[in-house]
Design a protein around this ligand. Structure first.
Ligand SMILES: Cc1cc2nc3c(=O)[nH]c(=O)nc-3n(C[C@H](O)[C@H](O)[C@H](O)COP(=O)(O)OP(=O)(O)OC[C@H]3O[C@@H](n4cnc5c(N)ncnc54)[C@H](O)[C@@H]3O)c2cc1C
Length: 301
């Protein structure tokens, strides 16, 4: 086997890092190292890294802002590709095109400032555009899919394609029909509205987040999806789990749907706490909470 790390380092230069600590790339601020961490920025660079991964049979992952991912203590092998350096945003009369690594909140801000309606309630979601499309991120009754028109991808063979929203089925934090791919950019269709009202709506959402969410601690937002007809946070609270802790991880006292890293939590602390919460809610209410967050690497049960 040729040394794929040398190949990537020669091609990407300073945009290829070895043994990169993932606590610096995830909002939980914990987790082990990524064996190889690269920043592809152009289609040619994506094609290259995909070709290396395919030819050497190396696992390849894509990360946006790591705001919905928990990386295990022992880290992740293979190649992790960050979209962070692909962050161009273009605002046109009633649409916005953004590269996958553009901050979703920045896109929302520009939309509001341009008097464009449709994304204002997504303000404050701390993810990238690619992560928002992949997760169909949403808040306060608005979802990414609502204003999404199309997105550009590259499949794992390095072939580009454009997918229309109508090609896929988007539902609550779920996208069905998406092939394994890299999301490169997305186009949003918005409509003209009132600039002052939009900024007020954005401010109100931002204010509500500060008031209700434990933003002063590292977390990855809501741990579990909303079960049908209920809220995970209500069930967790009703089960008496607010404030429950494992090591440096704790069920937030401010918002029981969040697990916070309040004191140098290991990823395993967080995972063990997730399991305890799920088990106790199941025991008390018979409801199976489904994880919204994504686990990367090996964890103990
Ligand atoms: C304080 C806080 C509040 C939050 N509030 C909300 C909220 O209100 N609503 C909500 O929906 N979420 C919320 N989240 C969760 C998170 O911000 C969203 O899920 C966000 O969309 C994740 O984007 P990301 O760029 O961080 O993705 P990452 O966490 O980096 O990745 C998530 C998944 O998307 C995949 N992915 C990312 N980019 C790409 C790409 N370009 N191509 C292919 N796959 C890709 C990754 O492989 C991974 O599987 C919150 C998180 C925090 C920390």
């Amino acid at each position: 086997m040729s040394n794929y790390k040398d190949e990537l380092q020669a091609f990407f230069g300073e945009n290829c890092l070895l043994n990169e600590p993932m606590h610096t790339h995830t909002t939980y601020r914990t987790g082990g190292n990524a064996e190889v961490y690269v920043y592809p920025q152009t289609p040619e660079q994506w094609e290259f890294v995909l070709k290396v991964a395919r030819s050497e049979n190396i696992p390849l992952r894509v990360i946006g802002f790591g705001s919905n991912i928990l990386v295990s203590n022992t880290g992740i092998g293979g190649i992790t590709c960050s979209t962070k350096k692909m962050n161009r945003i273009v605002v046109e009369s009633e649409s916005i095109t953004a590269q996958a690594g553009a901050p979703l909140d920045k896109v929302c801000e520009l939309a509001c400032k341009a008097g464009l309606v449709g994304m204002e309630k997504l303000s404050g979601i701390p993810g990238s555009v690619g992560g928002a499309v992949y997760m169909n991120a949403g808040a306060y009754g608005q979802e990414t899919a609502d204003c999404l028109e199309y997105f550009d991808i590259m499949d794992l063979e390095g072939r580009p394609a454009t997918l229309l929203k109508s090609d896929l089925k988007f539902s609550y934090r779920k996208v069905e029909g998406l092939p394994p791919c890299i999301i490169l950019s997305a186009g949003f269709k918005l409509r003209k509205g009132n600039f002052t009202q939009l900024l007020a709506a954005r401010n109100s959402v931002q204010h509500s987040r500060v008031e209700k969410q434990p933003l002063e601690f590292p977390s990855a937002g809501s741990v579990f999806k909303r079960p049908v007809g209920d809220y995970a946070s209500r069930l967790i609270d009703a089960a008496g789990l607010r404030g429950l802790s494992v090591g440096g991880a704790k069920v937030s006292e401010k918002h029981a749907g969040f697990i916070i890293n309040f004191n140098h939590a290991t990823a395993q602390d967080i995972k063990t706490l997730m399991d305890q919460v799920r088990q106790k809610v199941k025991e008390q209410f018979g409801v199976e909470l489904e994880l919204e967050q994504i686990l990367w690497g090996e964890f103990e049960d």
